[in-house]
Design a protein around this ligand. Sequence first.
Ligand SMILES: Nc1nc2c(ncn2[C@@H]2O[C@H](COP(=O)(O)OP(=O)(O)O)[C@@H](O)[C@H]2O)c(=O)[nH]1
Ligand SMILES: [Mg+2]
Length: 311
Amino acid sequence: MKLIVQIPCLNEAKTIATVINEIPKKIQGIDSIEILIIDDGSVDQTIAIVKSLNVDHVIQNIGNKGLGISFQSGMQYALSHGADILVNTDGDNQYPGKYIPSLIAPILEKKADIVIGNRQTKKVEHFSITKKFFQWVGTKVVILLSGEKGLQDAVSGFRAYSRDAMLEINITEKFSYTLDSTIQASEKRLKLSSVPITVNPPTRPSRLFGSMLEHIRKSGFGALRTFALYKPLRLFIGLGCLFFVIGMIPIVRFLYDYFFTSYTNGKIQSLIIGSTFISISFNLFALGIIGDLLGRNRKLIEDILKRQKES
Ligand SMILES: Nc1nc2c(ncn2[C@@H]2O[C@H](COP(=O)(O)OP(=O)(O)O)[C@@H](O)[C@H]2O)c(=O)[nH]1
Ligand SMILES: [Mg+2]
């Protein structure tokens, strides 16, 4: 059994040595543990430090490609280097390496394909009330979109993926992989599980989000896009039904007046408004059907990709 621990990095010179040194050297049931650094255009000493520590694998992006893209290239790299399990942890030392054995345990026991380290945010003292609130709302939204009722920390970056999960999942979000892989996991019937962990105190502000609002905007759009990609029927037919029902109200009002009262001209605005909503709803239905048809093609392409990754 080969475990690759991947660490995406953007200017992590201050903490990367600690993160690397705290990764366990031996884990029961694992024959080899290798470290993969994905440097996404760091301009500090990250690469020099990584090289001085003789890390097993380094991917060095030219410029900044984004965390989602870096994660995907790390996953491909791990697969092509024979990894049976991939762990992702952060370069800012947020996640203590000592939890890696418990993170991969459900995969070793064949009880899960993806394991998420649940930070138990309610208990984290250095998280502000707003951060805790939005983490809670975010997780609820992802549960709603993915149907994964057991999810506890949807945006945790401390995760383990089985080889099957690596073969099935294709990250196309540039900015982040957490929501994308969770929604895909549910779509592809991969078994998700969580293990409780604690986190280290922060070493610096987040590099992914300048502010909470930016966090919500980027994650919200990301989740919506992924949902539209994987569950277009549910999203567009759902929205279409909403518009249809709203449109029918003024139309019924018009029809009632037209047939049952002598007042036939006054409700023409209702007819116009209702018809507009109904035509929007038909456009949404059409988008759902087109999305679903495209999704079938995507499934075939992903099947080919999976075979290609396997070989
Ligand atoms: N590849 C890549 N990694 C990034 C980027 N921004 C942040 N990271 C890394 O992603 C991980 C999480 O980023 P961080 O700033 O700690 O975000 P947080 O999850 O909000 O705390 C860290 O290991 C960062 O070095 C980026 O643009 N590209
Ligand atoms: Mg962090």
